[in-house]
Design a protein around this ligand. Structure first.
Ligand code: NAD
Ligand code: ZN
Length: 379
């Protein structure tokens, strides 16, 4: 089959790979119809995540058609049109039974924190991803869901991660009626968080980024006020001014490791290689929150970071909440919102790119060219 493969930082290409096969009785093989590129894939593409191996196929935002199921799979049949959550999880361990699907104990022997993720390096289990013609789906009765007939492919694809993740970030903020919510990052995840904040009763939503075309999308898609980094020497002061010098009730970090391009530390085996820097957006988020406020961290970081302003978290009495989103938990509520016509998550997909041209897709999304919000890969 044809599959995207990683060749080193800023290098990906399409190669011929063996088709995946059923390895466990509860596996399914899904023929991918569409995949998306995520801001998280950019951390891999930039070489910022540890143990990203040459030849690994990325892609954790996947919809497709079930091709084959293992003998113990009950809930899926060949021919079903399915959306696959980005998390791989068993559904029955200590963590899964508490809804912590992204922290499943049984799918990732290499890590102490994250569970399994498709195509997201060996730190999350080394599973090949779905930017390919086929993908192996472990625990097929647990993760994937049959896509309702009325749900459009683009909207379904956005539920596999980005939109559900933004919604989850707003949930983590524990927004009360009338709260002011500030979102750092106007990528697909930040835009989804900003739009979702209204569902939870936000009184004001303010989105911050340095890319004007994305701030424009924040105004039109997420009905948000915007603050452009280029226009404010000190963004924290700008947030304070906008909030009667109290700070925001809830702040969401939808930026992560890329904030200044140098914030990740590589962990390779026992060796620790510091790439330096501090998590800029996260510290701005901490500084922008009012005393007693909540900071919801969606941005992805490598396993170890320095220079988080933790003293301020304590002294301001902040609640800091975070996780890889357990996206299937968000689906029932989001499906209701989509069916009721409240939102079309697929509007965040700006480019359609055939698999053969995926290298161009990565470049476009990484360099933020051609007003790219998020590319879809067509198989
Ligand atoms: P993206 O790269 O499209 O968007 C990031 C945005 O942040 C860009 O528009 C960029 O201009 C902006 N930005 C950079 N530095 C900034 C700063 N200091 N202040 C404000 N804005 C800044 O990525 P995305 O797909 O929207 O993903 C955003 C983050 O969410 C990534 O770190 C990604 O890994 C993470 N993520 C987490 C989960 C989860 O489950 N927790 C799931 C998906 C994505
Ligand atoms: Zn993602």
């Amino acid at each position: 089959m044809r599959a995207m493969t990683y060749r080193g930082p800023y290098k990906v290409r399409v190669e011929e790979k063996p088709e995946p096969t059923i390895e466990h009785p509860n596996d399914a093989i899904v023929r991918v119809t569409r995949a998306a590129i995520c801001g998280s894939d950019l951390h891999l593409y930039h070489g910022l995540m540890p143990d990203t191996r040459i030849g690994h196929t990325f892609g954790h935002e996947i919809i497709g058609v079930v091709e084959e199921v293992g003998p113990s799979v009950q809930n899926l049949s060949p021919g079903d049109r399915v959306m696959v959550p980005f998390n791989i999880y068993c559904g029955s361990c200590f963590f899964c039974s508490r809804g912590l699907y992204s922290n499943c104990h049984n799918v990732n022997p290499n890590a102490t924190a994250a569970g399994g993720i498709y195509g997201y390096s060996h730190t999350t289990g080394g599973y090949d991803g779905g930017q390919a013609e086929f993908v192996r789906v472990p625990f097929a009765d647990v993760g994937p869901s049959v896509i309702p007939d009325w749900l459009d492919d683009d909207d379904a694809l956005m539920l596999t991660d980005a939109f559900s993740t933004g919604y989850f970030g707003a949930q983590l903020g524990d927004i009360s009626e009338g709260d002011t919510v500030v979102v750092f990052g106007a990528g697909p995840v930040g835009l989804a968080a900003a739009r979702s904040a209204w569902f939870m009763g936000a009184g004001r939503v303010i989105v911050i980024d340095h890319l004007d075309y994305r701030l424009e999308k924040a105004r039109t898609f997420a009905f948000a006020e915007t603050l452009a980094l280029s226009e404010h020497k000190d963004i924290v002061v700008a947030v304070k001014k906008a909030t009667e010098y109290l700070g925001a009730d809830v702040v969401i970090d939808a930026v992560g490791a890329e904030a200044d391009g140098s914030v990740v530390q590589h962990v390779t085996g026992a060796k620790l290689k510091l790439l330096g820097g501090s998590p800029v957006a996260l510290n701005w988020a901490i500084d922008s929150a009012r005393k007693g406020g909540t900071v919801s961290v969606l941005g992805a970081y490598g396993p170890i970071h320095t220079a988080v302003k933790f003293g301020d978290v304590v002294n301001k009495g902040l609640t800091l909440r975070s996780n890889q989103a357990p996206v299937k938990r968000q689906w029932p509520r989001l499906l209701e919102h989509i069916q009721a016509g409240h939102v079309r998550p697929g509007e965040l997909l700006s480019h359609r790119i055939p698999l053969e041209y995926i290298a161009e897709g990565y470049h476009l999304f990484s360099a933020k060219l051609d007003d790219c919000i998020k590319p879809t890969i067509l198989m």
